[in-house]
Design a protein around this ligand. Structure first.
Ligand SMILES: [Zn+2]
Length: 312
């Protein structure tokens, strides 16, 4: 027998795939999504029954583990969902719908829907403040692709970035977690409410010399800066002051967006950010391996269906 993770039965056998998902979504046994019943649920068998079907003898309705998750209303076999989740979890720069379509033998359209649903599962529910222990939070922004709503002011190619999509990102040093957000512009009036909603006033923020950060510094315990314009990447007086962690995050994000997701429209950018935030916050350096990362995606599938449908 091979030790390859890809030889696991839940990637190939539909019943094993359902059992794998059920064990994670229902750790204490099946829960009826219609009435919440936990006591009188019976797994249905027989050739005419769909795999994974249960019947609740409290409300007498059938159900499967897919209800209320990203899998609901999907006809794609569960074992392919698990393959797709594993591939997305294990690819540092992401995996394109085209690649997923070829690897899984499904249509491009199915691959596209699956990957966007999986990105929803990767969306963090964590709304805690970064740096609430008084720790360091690196803050920086980057530009990616074009926002079609804004016309480039300067006709010379590559000049100016008003027409580009703008991404603000934060990395909490102590935990290694990243959180990034698409922003309309880099005005203090736009950025400050976002920073205050995500960073504790007890935190020390670490940024480059961009003037908007100086205008926001009084809202945080401390503010350290590096002068990127003067090629200073670590503060000369204090080596803990730098933004190299967040530069590393942006570098993976940009390589993924350019190399894998070549045509990302403005409306989907937030979804891709969920994906890169998730993988970065659950990375190997934080002792999360590929299998554990896939498990964590699976725990995120619950309650994401509606978010997805209303967002499209
Ligand atoms: Zn019920």
């Amino acid at each position: 027998m091979s030790n390859s993770i890809l030889s696991k039965p839940y990637f190939h056998n539909e019943e094993a795939a359902y059992e794998f998902v059920e064990a994670r979504i229902w750790p204490r046994g099946a829960v009826c999504p219609h009435c919440g019943g936990t006591e009188r649920n019976k797994k249905m068998g027989g050739a005419s029954t769909r795999i994974g079907t249960y019947k609740c003898y409290d409300c007498r309705k059938p159900f499967t583990v897919k209800i209320g998750t990203i899998f609901e209303a999907s006809h794609i076999p569960m074992r392919l969902w698990l393959q797709a989740i594993f591939l997305i979890a294990a690819s540092k720069k992401g995996i394109s719908s085209n690649q997923l379509h070829r690897a899984l033998g499904i249509t491009l359209k199915s691959a596209w829907f699956m990957s966007h649903r999986i990105r929803e599962a990767m969306k963090s529910n964590d709304v805690s403040f970064f740096g609430s222990d008084g720790g360091d939070v690196e803050v920086d922004e980057t530009f990616i692709g074009h926002d079609p709503k804004i016309k480039p002011r300067n006709s010379r190619k590559g000049r100016g970035y008003a027409h580009k999509n703008k991404v603000l990102a934060l990395v909490e040093r102590n935990t290694g977690k990243a959180r990034s957000i698409v922003v309309d512009d880099l005005k203090v009036s736009t950025l400050l409410p976002i920073l205050q909603a995500n960073i504790s006033p007890n935190a020390r923020i670490l940024t480059d010399e961009a003037s908007h950060y100086y205008q926001m510094r009084e809202h945080f315990r401390a503010h350290g800066t590096v002068e990127h314009g003067a090629k200073e990447y670590v503060n000369r007086d204090n080596p803990t002051i730098h933004t190299n962690t967040i530069e590393g995050f942006f570098s993976v994000f940009k390589r993924g967006m350019k190399g894998v997701y070549q045509h990302c429209g403005h409306q989907h950018l937030n979804r891709y950010l969920h994906e890169f935030d998730f993988r970065y916050s659950n990375r190997q350096a934080l002792n999360v391996d590929d299998a554990e990362r896939a498990e964590r995606i699976l725990r995120g599938v619950i309650g994401k269906r509606l978010t997805y449908q209303t967002a499209v």
